[in-house]
Design a protein around this ligand. Sequence first.
Ligand code: NAD
Length: 341
Amino acid sequence: MIRFGLIGCGRISESHFKAVANIKEAQITCCCDIIKERAEEKAAEFEIKKVYTDHKKMLEQESLDAVMICTPSGLHPKIGIDAAEKKLHVITEKPMATDLEAADELISACDKNKVHLFVVKQNRLNTTMQLLKRAIDKGRFGKIYMVQSNVFWQRPQSYFDQAKWRGTWEFDGGAFMNQASHYVDSLHWLIGPVDHVMAETATMERKIETEDTGSAIMKFRNGAIGTINVTLLAYPKNYEGSITILGEKGTVKLGGIAINKIEKWEFDEYDDDDRTVTESNYQPPNVYGFGHQPYYINVVNTILGHAEPETDGRDGRKSLEIIRAIYLSAKEGRKIALPLK
Ligand SMILES: NC(=O)c1ccc[n+]([C@@H]2O[C@H](COP(=O)([O-])OP(=O)(O)OC[C@H]3O[C@@H](n4cnc5c(N)ncnc54)[C@H](O)[C@@H]3O)[C@@H](O)[C@H]2O)c1
């Protein structure tokens, strides 16, 4: 039995509690939140034995194999390093950090202590995304010319006012770092390494430090051109989370509110996968989708030595680097080459 401790019992923690509850080889034995009532509430709901308000005390007192970190993003590296130093595997929510230096320190600490570092990128495991990835891997598009991603969502001011960390540079980042980070990761995962980016960002309406709206152009090393547009101001509610790929021999659009619907699927040549397009569509309960469950199956199998991590620290770092390049380009008004120095 793999024993997990969960740190940060806010909105996304629910997906982690539910995912592990469905895996028979794993159990969350304790949870922690600086707001005691939150930890107690989740403990009662998911039958967790022990509750803490200080993660260091939890790491001292509990006998664990791994921790999952669901705190504000800027705290992921520090808490992850504390866990790695106790020889515990680390599962961190995305983004793994808000800056590259802290991400590198977390990767090094996990390497040094010989523990796995998993960065949650559950969108890759959506049925629609898996089908698209397979089509790319089979070469069905021929040459890929263009990729476009839109994240047109609504996050009212009340969302940012819920917690002080939201919309800050240190702990959250903006629409690219938080809401669109899965989409940046997906473009990299699907199309490949990025050569350079150019971007514009703006804080148009929300009273936050970071951007609520932005667009970036990405030139991929394989020659494809990509654009990604994100806004948290879509009227009146979440409207679209999409990825469109235009290739020599195929056109695909995954759309819906969070790439949950295949809106266009057309290829020059038939493949048996074409028959599964309709059944790949799904109705997500929220924009997070259903991917945490399969993500944890990989986590548990990796810890048991039966699998390799779906997304490890180095993989998780790649989208963070692209997002940092987007921010640098928007700030300095110039093209930014990758890798960042
Ligand atoms: N994978 C996804 O699709 C997805 C979706 C939403 C959020 N997230 C990520 O999950 C993280 C949390 O987001 P959220 O929306 O659940 O935030 P939230 O504010 O609802 O929850 C964060 C919780 O962490 C607690 N916390 C803060 N500092 C702590 C500390 N030092 N020790 C223990 N607990 C502490 C807070 O009290 C709060 O309950 C963020 O990094 C976010 O980017 C990922």
